[in-house]
Design a protein around this ligand. Structure first.
Ligand code: FE2
Length: 346
């Protein structure tokens, strides 16, 4: 069996595949690791056939939708998943066939209503149902401590104690444990009475994961994260360094239009000498009047370098084929001690 575990912070994702048939599946892939997964699949000589999320993640950004678009293979989740882009919905007791491998589904609600575990040979991919020395929390949307109790004590923990546990998270660098080890040492599993277990889960008082609203928004809808929008914009525009712009400004080069896309107040407090003002929020509405020549070289700048990247990408979409973005922003420009001019547009 091809098996790779990829950690992103505390999130664990897996590539599993059949050596004979060269078919593979990705389990709980994370958006920043897309090139890593494709590289691993290429190294093993396997083709990714399924993109599986064990549940709706609230704490990281799933790569399933984007990879499905790139690879033209289905996103797979439990049938209770709310995500509209899931093409293959599985129910308890069903299997995915991957060459000689069988991925068996165990519906294990509790952490979320759509949580499932997948058994492949001697391993159980437990998602956030069972972690090493912990369990998934039950205080996020669709979480239910009673359901988690049943999923754990009446399903997962009744499986072969030798089965390896491969969780969707581990924050301490451990790769796996076994059902037997968890039963013996996992502190949360020592509360074996339903009422005790539920009371413990209800009183964990955990802090909310960072990015919880963005993770739920994008994972449930298939929409893009802010980082993804910026990465896509950044991939289609060239950049100019702060030092290069400074040299051009000092040389009095006039074939370059420096377009400050911040709001008026920020512009008037200090801008690159010679820069023009066109706030990002008005870009599309004023572009015809303010930038009539699409063949001009336009450099967008903003405070931190993010909005200017979006602005340059928008300009390119509109046909300004020489739009570039500043690599950095006015904050870095000022900190570098480069020339700044205050006041209204000339
Ligand atoms: Fe989770």
């Amino acid at each position: 069996m091809v098996f790779e575990q990829v950690a992103t912070g505390g999130c664990q994702s897996y590539l599993v595949g059949c050596e004979q048939s060269c078919a593979a599946a990705l389990i709980d892939p994370e958006i920043s690791q897309i090139d890593h997964y494709l590289g691993l699949a290429a190294r093993h000589g396997v083709r990714i056939r399924y993109l599986i999320d064990t549940h709706t993640h609230a704490d990281h950004f799933s790569a399933t939708r984007e990879l499905a678009r790139q690879l033209k293979v289905p996103v797979v989740m439990h049938r209770a998943s709310p995500a509209p882009f899931v093409e293959l919905r599985l129910a308890d007791g069903e299997m995915l066939v991957l060459g000689k491998l069988r991925l068996s589904v165990l519906h294990t609600p509790g952490h979320t209503a759509d949580s499932m575990c997948l058994q492949v040979e001697d391993r159980l991919f437990t998602g956030d149902t069972l972690l090493i020395g912990a369990t998934g929390r039950t205080d996020l949307p669709s979480g239910d401590p009673e359901a988690l109790y049943d999923s754990l004590f009446n399903k997962v923990l009744r499986l072969d104690p030798a089965l390896k546990v491969c969780p969707a998270h581990d924050y301490k660098g451990r790769t796996h444990s076994t059902i037997g080890e968890e039963l013996a040492t996992n502190p949360r599993l020592q509360k074996r009475e339903r009422a005790e277990f539920v009371a413990m889960m209800q009183n964990l008082n955990l802090t909310m994961p960072t990015h919880v609203t963005e993770a739920l928004r994008t994972n449930m809808s298939g929409g893009k994260t802010v980082a993804r929008l910026l990465a896509e914009a950044g991939a289609k525009v060239p950049f100019m360094s702060l030092a290069e712009l400074k040299a051009r400004v000092e040389a009095g080069e006039d074939d370059l239009i420096v377009l400050d896309v911040r709001e008026r107040e920020a512009y008037e407090a200090g801008h690159v000498p010679g820069a023009r003002l066109l706030p990002r929020g008005q870009l599309e509405l004023r572009v015809n009047q303010d930038l009539p020549d699409p063949t001009r070289r336009i450099l967008s700048c903003c405070e931190l370098g993010y909005i200017s990247t979006l602005a340059a990408a928008t300009l390119r979409d509109m046909g300004f084929l020489h739009a570039v973005a500043l690599d950095g922003g006015m904050k870095a420009w000022r900190e570098a001690g480069y020339p700044v001019k205050a006041g209204k547009e000339p």
